[in-house]
Design a protein around this ligand. Structure first.
Ligand code: SF4
Ligand code: SF4
Length: 147
């Protein structure tokens, strides 16, 4: 569930230097929150793979492009490849480790996107991610308390 406090904040907020503040809060969040004890992003959402991601991940797993797609991906209606199931089939459910960590797709590497420039252009994504991601919640709480 998206918390109304975040929704309301996004509608009325005017924070200066928001990217800088979000970066600092993200650093703090990573000091406090251990992704390997969470794993909610890999367990609750599908992930997109572009051509470059497919090439990199399939090479990493010593599979052909075709084999990799057949095993792990599905072509969505909008012509985007996404993981075929949730939790992600490349997640080790015993320890929350990604089996292709060094070759994970760009969308995973930058998740939850709170380090990326133009923080406010991703309002919708941040709101969605705040439903399950403690790092996003930490960053939004920090920004909310700053205004
Ligand atoms: S590819 Fe790796 S990092 Fe990305 S969702 Fe799957 S397990 Fe998680
Ligand atoms: S949901 Fe957030 S805190 Fe949990 S593993 Fe993913 S990025 Fe880390």
């Amino acid at each position: 569930m998206i918390l109304p406090k975040y929704k309301e904040w996004f509608v009325q907020v005017e924070v200066t230097d928001i990217d800088q503040k979000a970066n600092k809060l993200t650093d703090e969040a990573y000091q406090k929150i251990d992704c390997l004890s969470c794993g909610k992003c890999c367990r609750s959402t599908v992930t997109t793979f572009d051509e470059e991601d497919i090439t990199k991940a399939s090479k990493y797993l010593l599979l052909s492009r075709k084999e990799f797609i057949k095993k792990y991906l599905i072509l969505d209606l909008d012509n985007t490849f996404t993981t075929v199931s949730v939790p992600c089939p490349m997640l080790d459910l015993d320890n929350n480790k990604c089996r292709i960590y060094e070759a994970r797709p760009k969308s995973c590497a930058s998740f939850p996107h709170t380090y990326r420039p133009h923080f406010m252009r991703r309002k919708k994504a941040h709101l969605e991610n705040s439903r399950f991601c403690p790092i996003t919640q930490y960053v939004l709480d920090g920004l909310l308390n700053d205004t």
